[in-house]
Every structure is written in structure tokens, then in C-alpha cells.
Design a protein around this ligand. Structure first.
Ligand code: AAO
Length: 484
């Protein structure tokens, strides 16, 4: 469950938060595939409660009312077509699976596909679930429970969401049927929402019932789905991430918190020389890494000061480090603009999601931020693909906030987080040549629209990043040689 099964030459997944299936399919073909992205995490595809009381907030999608594949993002046919088209473009689809609970009660009672619930009887006829499928006695998790009481964290309700009993064979069956249907459609894996709130043994039993990935979609025989479990463990709680990494991969929340600290100026870059498990993070193969996610970019879930698109220069620095560094399986966030932390995606007055528009410079419009289309970000995905399985070598730092390192002999990156210029002759590990910095520009025909770097026969080059530069990063790799 720890292999994402990316297509060869692809890496990194992007969470296309609240995107529609047709738009994702188009994005796979026109952008993600050609740029070398590994996959897309989609918003939950199963039917959710419609919540007009909060003007269709994003979080209504975390309130399942059935496992029918119909949401604001699209219907079952559109889902199937998206998976097919993305796999054909070399881009995998990972589903956000909400299997801990069903919707809470909201004085509104119809789903995105027209299903209703019988809230007084814990009844979800479209599955169907009834009273016996939930944990009893009914109770709600309080903040203190995280420090003392694993049984309450797992058997009580997460903010009033009806808590399914995954110990039941019947419930396991309904969940596995749902996930298997998605696997058969060609998805490559799942984010397990609220995994901390389910017993590891129950999850293991459910994973054991899952089908192998669909060979008709290009997966090898016997391939198991990639599973990354949402477990917030920043220390100090009774439930530990290792209980879950024993089963499958885990979202490493410490990663984005630490890198936000460094790139936000609260810790020195030089300490990053041993970034990874030495910082209290999971082993490489267990770790799904990210800077921000859909929760913490708006103050939900794990707290802390997390960088987002709103602090663009620092954010791009942290993302560039994540993509340049070999530790973990990186996930990028792709957002819509928001100020109200409850606000749903761009929508019309019927609640229909408005598609992103694509500008001539590759960026998005209609209220969509599309961080994944920011040049330094998508070009760092290409950097990661070129770097491949190499480790970090030739680390350099100035004992402060200027650092640089190579990935084997394929790629080189430098960062300047100091208030003075970086101006050094550094070892780039690259063959002699003229390279185009993929952060400040790109290769265009036989020249470069940004900084150029000349590497000598000894592999050294003069590297300069001034504090006034638009970005704090400079990156070159064997694919950015500008006179090829
Ligand atoms: C909505 C309404 C509620 C209403 C509910 C029921 O907002 O008012 O009661 O409906 O109708 C999302 C939204 C929720 C929303 C829900 C359903 O975030 O606001 O509720 O949809 O519509 C915990 C879980 C974690 C969860 C996170 C939000 O452990 O799994 O809360 N994330 C996922 C999704 C998320 C989704 C759900 C789960 C539910 O990503 O989008 O909710 O499907 C501690 C614990 C964490 C815990 C947090 C928050 O964290 O460790 O496990 O996360 O508390 O309760 C420090 C600590 C850190 C701590 C943090 C916050 O930083 O170091 O550990 O403080 O206290």
C-alpha cells in the first residue's frame, strides 16, 4: 500500500481541490501529463449532504449521505471518463475516501444525488446503513480526548458526524464495495480521511478486501492501491502515526509545519541538511509530504503557521525545497482564492461549480489559484523527475539561510533566505554547459527567458540570488541546458 504506481518519468501529486471531473480530465491531457505530474488527489466523489445553511461550504463534501458517485464535481460517467483519460495521459487518480462517518444532522436533508437520510434512526437508505452500523453509545469527541482516550477518539463522533462501526463485517463490506468500484474504474489509491478515528485493525481488514489495481489501466499484475492515511500527529497525543504507518503510508503533518517555519523565517535553512526522519518524521516510504492541505491552509485540522499561496515567495521556496528533496512522496495543493474559511469553490447562484479559465501565461482565472500552474512549481516537478532516485550530495551552506545541493549529477538547486545576496562559486555537479534557471524563466528555443548559469568543466558555476529577486531559489538540471 506504499507504492503510488506513478507512470515512469512522473512524480508528485496535486490536490485539485473541488475541481470538476471534466476539468480534471482536460487538465491531465493538456498540462499535468505533459509536465510530468504523477497524479491527482480528487475531492470526495461520493454523494454528500447539500448544505445551503452555510452557502454550500467546501466541507459539505466531508458529509457522506451515500456511496453513489454523484457530486458537484460530476456523475459516475464523468468520473469513469476522467480516470480513463488521466491514466492515458500518464496521470494517476487518488480518491479522498470518507469512510469514518456519515453526515451529521443539518435541518436540510437531500444529497447531491437526491438521496435522503432518516437522521432520527441513523438511517442512510441509499447505502443502506441503519442503527446497528454505528458505534454505541453515541458520544462526541472533545479536545481532551486526544490526550487520554484512544477509545473515545475512535468510537465517538468527530464533530457530530455519525460514527460508523468499522468492526462490523457488514460495514466493512459496504466500504470495501465502494472502494473496489473505484479501483475497478482505474484509480490508483486513496487518502483515508480521519484515519486516526478508526481502529488500525479495522482499517487493515478493509484494506485486505480491496482489489488489485486494474491492469487494463496500465497497472502491473498484483499491484495494491496506494493508501495514505490522514493522521495528525504532532506529538503529545495518545494516538501515534506509527500505529498507521505499520499498515500503509501516512500524511506527515510535521513536514509542512517544519518547512513553513524555515521558509517563513523562524528557523535557519542550514539545519535542513539532515531533513527527514532526524526531524521526528516517518521513514521515507511511509511519508506523504506537503506544505499546506485543504484544512490547514484555512485553519482547520492541525494548527500552526502554515505557508500558503497567500505568502507566495516563501511558499514557492518551501515547495521548491519539497520537490527538490528526495524524502517522502510530495503532494501539492491547488486552491481557489478564499478569505472566508468556509467558502466553497467559485460557483453560480445555483451552487454549480464554475470551471477555472486558463490564461495565456498558463495561470488560472475565475477565482482559481492553480498553484500547480505557477512556473517555479511545475518546473520543479520536472526537476524532480530528472533527479530520479538520486540522493542529496554536495550540500553547501553559509551557516545561515543560504543553502545549495545537488541530486546526483543531474540537478542542482540553491536558496537564499538571507537579507543579503548569495554570490558564490558553487559545485553544481552538472556537466559543463549553459543552463537555464527553471525558477526565473524557462528554456525557449535555444535561449532562456530567465537567469542563465554557466557550468565549467570542474562542475562549478557562479550562483547569484539577491534578496530583491522575485524568487529565493535558483534551480538547474540536465534538462534545462539551454544550447541543446
Ligand atoms: C462541519 C462543521 C462542524 C459540524 C460538523 C458536523 O464545521 O461545526 O459539527 O460539520 O455536521 C471538514 C471540516 C469540518 C466539518 C467537516 C464535515 O474541517 O469543520 O465539520 O468537514 O463537514 C480532526 C481530525 C481530522 C480532521 C480535522 C478537521 O482528526 O481527521 O479534525 N480532518 C479531516 C478532513 C476535514 C474534514 C474531516 C476530517 C471530517 O481533512 O476536512 O472536516 O470528514 C487536534 C487533533 C486532530 C484534530 C484537530 C481538530 O489537532 O490532533 O486530530 O483533527 O485537533 O479537531 C495543535 C495540535 C494538533 C491539534 C490542533 C488543533 O496544532 O498540535 O494536534 O492544535 O487543536
Amino acid at each position: 500500500y506504499k507504492n503510488p504506481y506513478y507512470a515512469p518519468g512522473h512524480s508528485a501529486m496535486v490536490h485539485l481541490f473541488e475541481w470538476k471531473w471534466d476539468d480534471i480530465a482536460a487538465e491531465c491531457e493538456r498540462f499535468l501529463g505533459p509536465k510530468g505530474f504523477g497524479g491527482v488527489q480528487i475531492s470526495p466523489p461520493n454523494e454528500n449532504l447539500v448544505i445551503w445553511a452555510h452557502n454550500r461550504p467546501w466541507w459539505e463534501r466531508y458529509q457522506p449521505i451515500s456511496y453513489n458517485l454523484v457530486t458537484r464535481s460530476g456523475n459516475e460517467e464523468q468520473f469513469a471518463s476522467m480516470v480513463r483519460r488521466c491514466n492515458n495521459a500518464g496521470v494517476r487518480i487518488y480518491v479522498d475516501a470518507i469512510i469514518n462517518h456519515m453526515t451529521g444532522t443539518w435541518g436540510e436533508n437531500h444529497g447531491t444525488g437526491g438521496s435522503t437520510a432518516d437522521f432520527n434512526n441513523w438511517g442512510y437508505p441509499s447505502v443502506p446503513y441503519g442503527r446497528n452500523d454505528f458505534n454505541w453509545p453515541q458520544c462526541v469527541i472533545s479536545g481532551n480526548d486526544y490526550g487520554c482516550c484512544p477509545d473515545r477518539v475512535r468510537n465517538c463522533e468527530l464533530s457530530g458526524l455519525k460514527d460508523l462501526n468499522q468492526g462490523s463485517d457488514y460495514v466493512r463490506g459496504r466500504i470495501a464495495d465502494y472502494m473496489n468500484k473505484l479501483i475497478d474504474y482505474g484509480v490508483a489509491g486513496f487518502r483515508i480521511d480521519a484515519a486516526k478515528h478508526m481502529w488500525p485493525g479495522d482499517l487493515n481488514a478493509i484494506y485486505g478486501r480491496l482489489h488489485n489495481l486494474n491492469t487494463a489501466h496500465g497497472f502491473p499484475h498484483g499491484a495494491r492501491p496506494y493508501i495514505y492515511q490522514e493522521v495528525i500527529d504532532l506529538g503529545g497525543e495518545v494516538i501515534r502515526k506509527e500505529e498507521y504507518s505499520a499498515l500503509a503510508a501516512v500524511t506527515e503533518f510535521r513536514y509542512g509545519l517544519e518547512l513553513s517555519g524555515v521558509f517563513g523565517g523562524n528557523n535557519q535553512m542550514r539545519w535542513l541538511s539532515n531533513f527527514g526522519p532526524a526531524w521526528g518524521m516517518l521513514p521515507h516510504e511511509d511519508s506523504l509530504t506537503f506544505i499546506d492541505n485543504h484544512d490547514n491552509q484555512r485553519g482547520h485540522g492541525a494548527g500552526g503557521r502554515i505557508l500558503t499561496y497567500k505568502q507566495a515567495k516563501e511558499y514557492k521556496g518551501a515547495i521548491a525545497f519539497m520537490l527538490a528533496h528526495p524524502y517522502g512522496q510530495p503532494q501539492l495543493m491547488s486552491s481557489y482564492d478564499f478569505w472566508d474559511t468556509e467558502a466553497g469553490p467559485p460557483m453560480d447562484h445555483h451552487g454549480n461549480i464554475i470551471s477555472p479559465s486558463i490564461n495565456s501565461d498558463n495561470t488560472c482565472g475565475n477565482g482559481w489559484i492553480c498553484e500547480h500552474r505557477w512556473r517555479p512549481i511545475y518546473q520543479m516537478v520536472a526537476f524532480r523527475n530528472v533527479a530520479g532516485n538520486t540522493g542529496v550530495n554536495d550540500w553547501w551552506d553559509n551557516q545561515s539561510n543560504q543553502i545549495a545541493f545537488c541530486r546526483g549529477g543531474n540537478a542542482f538547486i540553491a536558496f537564499n533566505g538571507d537579507s543579503w545576496a548569495l554570490n558564490e562559486s558553487l559545485q553544481t555537479c552538472l556537466p559543463a554547459g549553459t543552463y537555464c534557471d527553471v525558477i526565473s524563466g524557462e528554456k525557449s528555443h535555444h535561449s532562456c527567458t530567465g537567469k542563465t548559469v554557466t557550468v565549467g568543466h570542474d562542475g562549478r558555476a557562479h550562483i547569484s540570488i539577491s534578496p530583491g529577486d522575485f524568487d529565493m531559489v535558483l534551480a538547474i538540471h540536465v534538462g534545462s541546458e539551454s544550447r541543446l
